[in-house]
Design a protein around this ligand. Sequence first.
Ligand code: HEM
Length: 398
Amino acid sequence: MRSPSLLRLFDSEWSDPYELYRALREAGPVQWDSWMRTWIVLGHAEITTLSKDSRLSGARIDSFYEQLPGATKVGLAPLRDALADMMLFNEPPRHGELRRLIRPGLTPRFIREMRPVVEATVNDLLDRAVPGGRMDVIHDFSEPLTRDVIRQLAGVDERHSHLLENWQGLLHEFFTQSQAEIPRINALRDSFAEGERARRDGTATDLFSRMISGQLDGADYSENEIFANFLLLIDAGQATTTHLIGNAVLALINSPDQLRILREDPALGVGAAHEFLRFDSPVQFTSRVALADIEVGGQRIRAGESVALVLGSGNRDPLHYPDPDRLDVRRRAHDHLSFGYGIHYCLGAALAVMETEIAIATLLRRTDDLQVATPEQDWLDSANFRFLRSLPIRFTPA
Ligand code: HEM
């Protein structure tokens, strides 16, 4: 292929990113993308190896920010501050300390406690949509579901829940150099500041505060660090899960045999959720910056160069998964790469799997004859995120 690049996705030649990845992989598992000015890593083995390599760093916000032109830089400063203290963009030892801020809250016990809350929300949303025989999976179902779960998790007061609506993601904003979400970040910062004292003295009762107040005692977390990681929960937890559910419904409708298998055996639910993640993940790649020269997949990455780990390609690597382009809800593909790998492994993985499992099982139980109501799907223009802007479906109430 002339100038191999992830941005070729926007050429009309490719109907989906997986066809492009397949063509790119023919030239090797690691290649230089001269349009994006980054190495792209396409093989499952190479992505897992590099994800464990401490010569690759996730601290990439400052280097990106420093390259911006003056006016853009000034405009994006609040976004930079909101991102730079997120654990996602920090490295050891601070990374581990920031992870400890939130990790004790997302325990298996917490996930068990959230289960009935998720079940009730899923059923409420379907009570409204099912009798009409049609709905938009994103707008009527998965987006309100994940927004409600994250609102409760992050302790955003119902008065401020509108601040979570149509949240497309801060990372998307930052890397596309858009400033559209800055008023929203400032409003969230104000709403967050209201609870600050109660969080520090341990009297706040919302989930996020209960999660972190034990950690605040005696630890030196700055206000911005706490706010940034609260935003990370909102950002990382919402759009991803919304679109995983959307992509899963589409994949099932396109594979009627798999839909039937899952409907007949709901015990496959957790395994199926992992297969949906492998098959069509909402997050297609994540990036790193090289701190030293690294040899991988027959290439030499030099210190200072950027590296994109193309998780969506690793998930379809035929050297790792037999018949990778086939959805197979019995595959047990728990080693997919969609939650990342290594020290930054997704903290919300169990919550996302639980929400998806319940959403899909309940939808299949309460409807029959699921069909997509539009001939073409409307995908977000992004090489990084695989998000359906909408997914109208029709069905018979069961
Ligand atoms: C990290 C994907 C849901 C919170 C990550 C990473 C990926 C990812 C790929 C690692 C990024 C990297 O290595 O650079 C997803 C997907 C989800 C999902 C596909 C849903 C389908 C959630 C949820 C939450 C969450 C529901 C929170 C409630 C986080 C956090 C990190 C993270 C806090 C940072 C971990 C760290 O840096 O140590 N996620 N995520 N995610 N995710 Fe998720």
